[in-house]
Design a protein around this ligand. Structure first.
Ligand SMILES: Cc1cc2nc3c(=O)[nH]c(=O)nc-3n(C[C@H](O)[C@H](O)[C@H](O)COP(=O)(O)OP(=O)(O)OC[C@H]3O[C@@H](n4cnc5c(N)ncnc54)[C@H](O)[C@@H]3O)c2cc1C
Length: 281
């Protein structure tokens, strides 16, 4: 029997195992959902993607805004193109619910609903000065002239670099002793590029409040300091969006959860999940 979660490698042999022609519903048109749809279609199934956004891509849309993410943009364009090329049916602007999934009467469902921004419980988190790295990259919010980026993981570092390359003054505030620590392979390169672009990095600094004039933070000495800025951009991680899976898992005999919806990660993991599940159906 096929596995029902996004982890494990044991079922790749199912690529060669013929099953009946299935009606498959994939919820979410990010890289995980698109890869699952591509492979399940190649296996001869009738596959439909429901995507609540007006375009396919998931987080790849904002991830590929900076010009230096061209390789990832090329991948995104390729996988989106494969949907029409392989005959995957795509319904955009369609947010799946438990009711709409049941009404579709699928033989198998793949939940690839991805991840959403996690807003920490910090005083002042409702201030108008505040935005997220995703909204900023998508152009929903403009940058300031003196932007404070809170969170120095890969997304925070790349967003800081993107703004600095546009001539903005950027300060990157990170609670850990080092930035980019979640991307070991490119950490050295990214750190040098941040320095060369004039991004000021404040490690070991914990943001404890947001004001209309910047943030309050504590450093190594635990003293509270103020850091001035006209825009505060949060990049403090994502959380899995698995609510629909939790609602449906007891109702649908063949259902899979893949990609960031299992746990926020990277594109490679999402695509691998999609391939394995697409091959298992
Ligand atoms: C700014 C940024 C930059 C990144 N850069 C990189 C990078 O350089 N390299 C890398 O490896 N990773 C990067 N990542 C991480 C990577 O983008 C994610 O790991 C990957 O996109 C996860 O793919 P996914 O398909 O599981 O989920 P997502 O990409 O989140 O896609 C989920 C999709 O499901 C849709 N959806 C959700 N609920 C419903 C519903 N009820 N009905 C219909 N549709 C629904 C959403 O609209 C979305 O399109 C980045 C992430 C961000 C935010």
């Amino acid at each position: 029997m096929p596995v029902k979660t996004g982890t494990g490698y044991s079922n790749s042999f199912l690529l060669f195992y013929q099953r009946p022609h299935f009606k498959v519903l994939v919820v979410g048109g990010g890289p995980a959902g698109m890869e699952a749809a591509r492979v399940a279609t190649l296996r001869g199934h009738d596959v439909t993607i429901y995507e609540k956004n007006k375009e396919l891509g998931g987080h790849l849309i904002e991830a590929t805004v900076p010009a230096f993410k061209k390789d990832l943009k090329d991948y995104k364009d390729w996988i989106v193109c494969q949907m029409s090329k392989q005959g995957v049916k795509v319904e955009l602007g369609k947010a799946a619910t438990a009711l709409s999934v049941a009404a579709f009467k699928p033989d198998a469902v793949v939940i690839a609903t991805g991840s959403v921004v996690s807003i920490p419980d910090i005083p002042g988190a409702d201030k108008s000065i505040l935005t997220t790295a995703i909204d900023l990259l998508l152009g929903k919010e403009g940058p300031g002239e003196n932007t404070l980026l809170v969170g120095g993981g890969a997304v925070g570092c790349e967003t800081a670099l993107y703004l600095a390359q546009k001539g903005k003054k950027v300060t990157l505030v990170e609670i850990l002793p080092e930035v980019c620590s979640d991307v070991a392979m490119v950490k050295g390169k990214l750190t040098v590029e941040l320095a060369d672009s004039g991004v000021k990095v404040l490690p070991n600094t914990k943001v404890v409040g947001i004001t209309e004039g910047g943030v309050t933070a504590t450093g190594d000495d635990q003293d509270t300091m103020t850091i001035a800025g006209d825009k505060v951009v949060l990049s403090m991680g994502l959380v899995a969006d698995n609510a629909l899976y939790e609602e449906l898992k007891a109702e649908i005999p063949e259902i899979y959860l893949i990609g960031d919806a299992t746990e926020p990660g990277r594109v490679g993991r999402a695509v691998h999940d999609g391939y394995r599940v697409g091959a298992a159906i």
